[in-house]
Design a protein. Sequence first.
Length: 563
Amino acid sequence: MRAWKPAVALALLASASLGWSFKEDLFQVSKNLDIFASLYKEVSINYVDETNPSDLMKTGIDAMLDNLDPYTEYIPESEIEDYKLKYVSTQFGGIGASTVFVDGKLYVNEITEGYPANKQDIRAGDQFVKINGVDVKGKDRTQISQLLRGPRNSALDLVIIRDGSVLNKHLVREEIKLPNVVYSAMTGQVGYIRLDKFLENSAQEVKDATQELLKQNPKGLILDLRYNGGGILQEAVKIVNLFVPKDVLVVTQRGRNPEKTIAYRTAFQPMAESVPLVVLVGGSSASASEIVAGALQDLDRAVVVGQRSYGKGLVQQTFTLPYNSLVKVTVAKYFTPSGRCIQEIDYSHKNANGARDKFADSLIKKFNTKSGRAVYDGKGIYPDVVVSAEKLHPITIALLNKNMFFDYANSYRKNHAEIGAATEFKITDGDYTQFVNSLATKDFDYTSTSERLLGDLKAETEKEHKSALLKSDLDDLKAKMGSAKKTELLTYKPEIKKMLETQIVSRYFYEKGRIQQAFQYDQELGAAKSILTDSPKMLAILKGEGAFKTIGEPGKTIAGLDK
């Protein structure tokens, strides 16, 4: 015994400790399962009122998981199909139409080009009355989805109302496959690829799009991840591999369980290793999007343009449970090639109010890209080149939420057989005036931020018994706000006009046309194209010259960029 080296003794002690800890964990799990099963049984049998055992169990499971993070969730058998569509593959049997409830009635919101609804001349603005003989009145969104979807080649009969006339439509469902790459084309001298999700086959779709664009000898490529909430990690690794050499570290996931610690490296030769590349990100770019943007930034392979990304550095894995149910569990955090984890919210701790906080600036660490540029963890992916996000005014948001754009776009489509090229479409001042006038016949009103704050102030003065003293001033302020509010449709005309044009163009050219038309106003796209056609500037950014040496330093970030 005395001949043993201290290191060996410590190793055995650690091993014994781990073994004891594991046994203790198993005992606690077994003990608490017995308690939970007994409690569930006694409540289900003896509670004074009748209970639904399935609902009771779902509530208990959800409450337990709610104490962890929002990404760890239980999926019962009834929700499996929706789960697969959201996280695995967007393939299903359907007609290619999305719907929206407006004033309790169900309308077609958007049509997908080339699918049964489009082939049978179903249009945005058509009202669904019956689906296969079933009245849609009183049905919720889940029930409507179940009625519209079904096996491939199965029949679907619709009763719809259009312009006051009742129409009957007979359709045959097809396999609907919503692409990951929703649009790719040349825009000027550069190639553009918009990737909306990282589900099955996304890497192959990006590869195919890149291959087609390279045939046109672009000055560079733009990979747009601004609206991409993530998906499958392995697909993200494959996409990075299209632009960097074989056997390069892309991302490392590290979990409490050693089996969940995995380093992902590129596995094949790239197809566009030397093509100048820009990645667009925004506040909605999350998870797998951040893996791609973070890896390409750390490797100094691409210039990242836009706003700070969402900040989700957690990896989930799905496990099968009895009776065809699933649980999605956060098993690890991921780290970019430089070693940073971009997770923003600390879900392992709660503050005094029971909420989770962002990681404090004092805890944020500096890392370095391949060429030595400074980057930081804990705050998502900061862009190399910042383009301030356009924030919508409350009146524009209210118009959207109350479907005012939807109604006018449908009316516009009825009165205009064609609108010319989507890339150049703009409404006239006369069209805008007509839109504004149409609101007079609608139930449209909204409370501005200043009006809401004034209401809060009035409530406080009443609590403090000062309302009589300040009434005249408050009433005068309210009147002035009301006067200013009347001019907001003119004050914010440019942004309202953009939203209106987007709705209108989709009635003629669907999603593709909507993307093309928006290019006219896309500041991030303009910045990306400018960089790709200015080789010295792009090189200076990637080398970290001057202001590009440090990216997103805490306390020194650009105003309006941070969330």
